[in-house]
Design a protein around this ligand. Structure first.
Ligand SMILES: NC(=O)c1ccc[n+]([C@@H]2O[C@H](COP(=O)([O-])OP(=O)(O)OC[C@H]3O[C@@H](n4cnc5c(N)ncnc54)[C@H](O)[C@@H]3O)[C@@H](O)[C@H]2O)c1
Length: 474
């Protein structure tokens, strides 16, 4: 691993060397795979294989995420992992260790796609390879689950939409697992039912300290292969704002900087973005690699979460990690004076039902969106009882599920198989994935060009027409 350069001159020299070396390393394996592939007779267009009750699937890319998926596939019934693929021997070996069902290993995904007994593939390779592999898999007649961010470039947005439209029987699902969380589904229902009033804006944050560390072969650090923090982290949270606001943004503006990690990477390490939605709502989204403080969840967590702010309250929400549970809090606040008689009555009812919970404390005291148990016992402390009453009240309202019974990652895998069998559209489907990728792509244009980028500009990009509209400062 190269040492961090110490002077500007050596750094400049080292940077260019590292970038070149990096390009060779990252791209090398894939190029080698393509060379091998050209000798293989690859069935470019296959019919979709009718899935039996058991879906035979393969995982392409057995690095960090691929291994995680293989572990989680073990919890899902109705599928059989019959093949895995990675261009890297070490990753393939680890993938095999994690995999259920003793799959056959491949170094070339095209060879794997040639197998007629494979119904579906899951793609967990670096972003710059997603489109090519997804396209080849669809053409080979496979159902596809591709990790986020779905595609990398504007032309890929258009090409994948066209391809999927031509092949409607094939399932196309994207790895945006928050959509499969009961927690998030409950928060979405609360917002739709007006429980936090009119939602004006959201704040999302994914801050790390340290962020991605320097590795010459880390594709995430280089724009040629990666959409940086926006593709890797923001994509999840922009998708939630799209879902909760029920729309895609009108425009994005933002400031990006490579301010701290001057080690040879060329992705931004500090991204501050504002997305404006059609009804005036805004998503203010922040991504940095030098501090992980999180001003949410009453200081219980660090790094990442989303807050939705309405005229009558706030929701704070985040997914679980391997070590921490998912969290959702609701801060009720009396809204402005309500004149409409019906609304006034509803509001009075809501306040009365939760009066014991809301009357104490100066600041807003949060109510749990979800807790483990709902039975109040003598052993509960005063605070614990109050929290449980709040939960019951939410149950009564019919907007809350008792607990998140399963990891949304497992649910998304299970529902992928279900969609293959039933033809049901996935929650995170093609258009969800393309909207998300479009937001990532346009956020970079906004930061790079220092302007407000309208979302309909994507229609002019990647089709041979000029990529950018006249500069308009955001
Ligand atoms: N949904 C989520 O929460 C989540 C979390 C982590 C990563 N991801 C996504 O998963 C994808 C992979 O990320 P990662 O962290 O696993 O990266 P990684 O670098 O750890 O793994 C990628 C693997 O793909 C392999 N690969 C590259 N080109 C290939 C090819 N042509 N054929 C077969 N294998 C190839 C690499 O050798 C590597 O082992 C990214 O798109 C990332 O954004 C999603």
């Amino acid at each position: 691993m190269p040492k961090k350069p110490t002077t500007p001159t050596t750094r400049r020299k080292a940077d260019s060397e590292m970038t070149r070396r990096d390009a060779v390393k990252v791209a090398g394996a894939a190029t080698a795979a393509v060379a091998v592939a050209s000798a293989i007779e690859f069935p470019r267009i296959q019919k979709v294989r009718a899935a039996n009750s058991v879906v035979n699937y393969a995982v392409i890319g057995t690095g960090g995420r691929g291994q995680y998926h293989l572990k989680h596939w073990k919890t899902v019934d109705g599928g059989k992992c019959i093949a895995i693929c990675d261009v890297d021997d070490a990753a393939l070996k680890k993938g095999l260790e994690e995999a259920p069902d003793k799959p056959q290993t491949y170094k070339d995904y095209r060879e794997l796609l040639g197998r007629k007994d494979i119904d579906a593939v899951q793609i967990a390779t670096p972003l710059y390879t997603h489109f090519e592999i997804t396209k080849d898999a669809l053409l080979a007649g496979k159902h596809v689950f591709c990790e986020k961010s779905l595609v990398f470039k504007p032309e890929e947005v258009h090409a994948l939409r066209k391809l999927c439209t031509e092949r409607p029987k094939q399932v196309m699902q994207v790895g945006l697992q928050r959509r499969y969380s009961e927690f998030y589904q409950t928060a979405k229902q609360m917002i739709d039912k007006g429980m936090i009033g009119d939602v004006t804006h959201a704040y999302s944050q994914w801050h790390r300290n340290p962020g991605w560390t320097w590795r010459a072969n880390n594709w995430r650090l280089f724009r040629k292969y990666s959409g940086g923090l926006v593709a890797e982290l923001a994509s999840h949270q922009i998708d939630i704002a799209d879902w909760f606001f029920g729309a895609t943004p009108e425009f994005v503006t933002g400031v990006g900087g490579l301010d701290y990690h001057k080690d040879g990477r060329d992705v931004y390490d500090n991204c501050q973005l504002i997305f404006k939605y059609p009804k005036g709502q805004k998503l203010i989204a922040s991504y940095i690699s030098t501090n992980k403080h999180l001003a949410m969840f009453q200081g219980q967590r660090t790094e990442f979460g989303e807050s939705f702010f309405g005229t009558q309250g706030t929701i704070e929400i985040t997914v679980g990690t391997d070590n921490e549970p998912a969290l959702g809090l609701w801060y009720y606040e009396p809204g402005p004076k309500v004149d409409d008689a019906k609304k006034k009555k509803e509001k009075e009812k809501a306040v009365a039902s939760s009066a014991t919970l809301l009357s104490t404390g100066k600041g807003g005291r949060p109510l749990p969106i979800l807790l483990d148990k709902d039975q109040v016992t003598d052993k509960d402390s005063f605070l614990s009882k109050e929290m449980k009453f709040a939960r019951r009240w939410l149950y009564q309202k019919g907007v809350m599920l008792p607990e998140e019974n399963r990891n949304p990652v497992d649910v998304q895998l299970e529902e992928f198989l279900e969609s293959i069998r039933s033809g049901k559209k996935p929650k995170a489907d093609l258009e969800v994935g393309l909207a998300d990728s479009t937001a990532v792509i346009l956020a970079h244009v906004a930061m790079d060009e220092g302007r407000r980028v309208m979302f309909d500009e994507i229609n002019k990009m990647g089709n041979g027409a000029p990529a950018a509209a006249p500069a308009k400062k955001g």
